[in-house]
Design a binder for this molecule. Structure first.
Ligand code: 86B
Ligand code: ZN
Length: 260
């Protein structure tokens, strides 16, 4: 269900609830109830090694803006954590609200953050392409990082400065050096659970790794996200805001934590 506070807002077609897939048992996003998460001492530290030179471009795809990477080699990967293989970075993107009271996809103890970063990786050890990995239970690993209102984030600013060039849907600009590691919080702690893509095709192929500590961004940086458009140049302008999916039922899942 969309939070009551959101009821008065128009619903973007993509997130019309109930946006459920028949028979879905591991849908995302979910509320993470801190006290119900189970510490798993066998969870390893997450290893992240990104090569900033694998960055390709920024693309407004009409749902969010994606920073896409060259995933033809294993130059930008994650390993360890809950994962049995290493996974290759393909893209990262964000979800955010029209105002700071909401915007994240996952919630912690029912608290929304103003935005959430998703770094999308795929299991190139087992599957030949991203498109095939999207269809498999262990195909994808997405790192979720919450954004909270606070100090200006210098690493994010280089990205924010490029956003006016991708204001409209289906615009792309070259973005040839960016190290997404600068968007990681310093604390290693995370939650992990088995879930799905939060936009179509909504496939149940994602091992979610949600960082406990948010990163801080300032109001101007969040406002820069909100000046993007869902719509193409020449169409009636619709601001790109509230591009998050409603919370989904936990069903028969346990959220594990890497920390006590
Ligand atoms: C199947 C291929 C061709 N198209 C899939 C498309 O790229 C969607 O990919 C994604 C990738 C990540 C996410 S999220 N918000 O769960 O991190 C959602 C959709
Ligand atoms: Zn996402």
């Amino acid at each position: 269900r969309r939070p009551d506070s959101l009821h008065h807002l128009p619903v973007h077609p993509l997130w019309q609830s109930p946006l459920t897939i028949p028979g879905g048992t591991r849908q995302s996003p979910i509320n993470i109830q801190w006290r119900d998460s189970v510490y798993d001492p066998f969870l390893k530290p997450l290893k992240i090694s990104y090569d900033p030179a694998t960055c390709l471009h920024i693309w407004n795809n009409g749902y969010s803006f994606l920073v896409e990477f060259d995933d033809s080699t294993d130059r930008s990967i994650i390993d360890g954590g809950p994962l049995e293989n290493q996974y290759r970075l393909k893209q990262f993107h964000f979800h955010w609200g029209a105002i700071n009271d909401w915007g994240s996809e996952h919630t912690v103890d029912c608290k929304f953050y103003p935005a959430e970063l998703h770094l999308v990786h795929w299991n190139a050890v087992v599957y030949p392409t991203f498109e095939e990995a999207v269809m498999e239970g262990d195909g994808l690993a997405v790192i979720g990082v919450f954004l909270k209102l606070g100090a200006r984030h210098e690493g994010l600013q280089t990205l924010v400065d490029a956003l006016p060039a991708v204001k409209h849907k289906d615009t792309v600009i070259e973005f040839d050096v960016f190290d997404p590691s600068c968007l990681m919080p310093s604390c290693p702690d995370y939650w992990t659970y088995a879930g799905s893509l939060t936009t179509p095709p909504l496939t149940e192929s994602v091992t979610w790794i949600i960082k406990k500590q948010p990163i801080e961004v300032d109001e101007d940086q969040l406002e820069a996200f909100r000046m993007l458009l869902f719509t193409s140049d020449g169409e009636e302008e619709k601001r790109m805001v509230d591009n998050f999916r409603p919370l989904q039922p936990l069903m028969n899942r346990t959220v594990r934590s890497s920390f006590q």
